[in-house]
Write a protein that binds this ligand. Structure first.
Ligand SMILES: *Cc1c(COP(=O)(O)O)cnc(C)c1O
Length: 227
């Protein structure tokens, strides 16, 4: 069995190589460790290796790990689909939400973000591969949603997130990221500085096309049980 330490070393190495290949400064792409389905002990092991940002998809599971790891200085990112009846705990227990794809959810997170916390960092999830996934705002609707979400004072609109249709060819992997990067840059909002692009299977393509944050699960923690 490969240790978590060995996997982290491998992924960090791949990320450095991808940054260099893309002409990006070393360390400019943040590694988000996606720990869904993994026990708190695995997150603790990653934390001891210096990892501070963790991504979770399932609210109840995430809240449980947050309690178990309350003594750790972790930045929690919610990256899963959001039902509107779950926005209150998400607004209270996460630093980032990557999966906002409609105004109603943004509005609720804004209202429910506790006053004692800084504004919630938000990425808008964009559906860049058409029909495949149901989640995500369409590219054509993105500018209007950005306008609306940018008005909400308890949210900080930081950028865009995408989960393209899986592809094995590098050139196929790059295209949707390139399209979204260009569309987001055309909005001309410097505060939107986050491109949450890339998972275990397409890290290099994502970094090549401007990712500032990659969400890596399998390559860091091993395969998940199929769900
Ligand atoms: C599970 C998940 C990931 C990580 O995927 P891997 O292929 O295991 O790296 C990244 N982003 C989102 C939104 C996910 O749900």
């Amino acid at each position: 069995m490969v240790s978590i330490a060995a996997r982290f070393a491998e992924v960090r190495g791949q990320l450095r190589e991808a940054e260099i290949a893309a002409g990006r400064p070393p360390g400019s792409v943040q590694l988000l460790a996606v720990s869904k389905t993994k026990p708190a002990a695995d997150l603790a092991a990653a934390y001891r290796l210096g990892q501070r940002h963790f991504g979770e998809n399932y609210l109840q599971e995430a809240l449980q790990k947050q309690q178990q790891l309350a003594a750790f200085d972790i930045s929690w990112h919610f990256i899963g689909p959001i039902q509107s009846n779950k926005t209150r705990p998400i607004a209270a227990h996460f630093a980032w939400v990557h999966s906002v794809d409609r105004f109603k959810i943004a509005e609720r997170l804004n209202e429910q973000r506790p006053d004692y916390l800084p504004p919630l960092n938000i990425c808008l999830q964009v559906n860049i591969s058409g029909e495949m996934t149901k989640s995500g705002v369409g590219l054509a609707e993105l500018p209007a949603l950005v306008e609306q979400v940018a008005q909400l004072p308890r949210l900080r609109l930081r950028g865009v997130m995408a989960i393209p249709e899986p592809a094995t060819e590098f050139e196929t992997q790059r295209l949707p990221y390139r399209r979204l990067y260009q569309a987001a840059m055309a909005l001309n909002r410097p505060q939107m500085d986050t491109f949450s692009f890339g998972m275990s299977g397409d890290l290099l393509a994502a970094v090549t096309e401007g990712a500032t944050l990659v969400r890596i699960g399998t390559a860091l923690f091993g395969a998940r049980p199929s769900q």
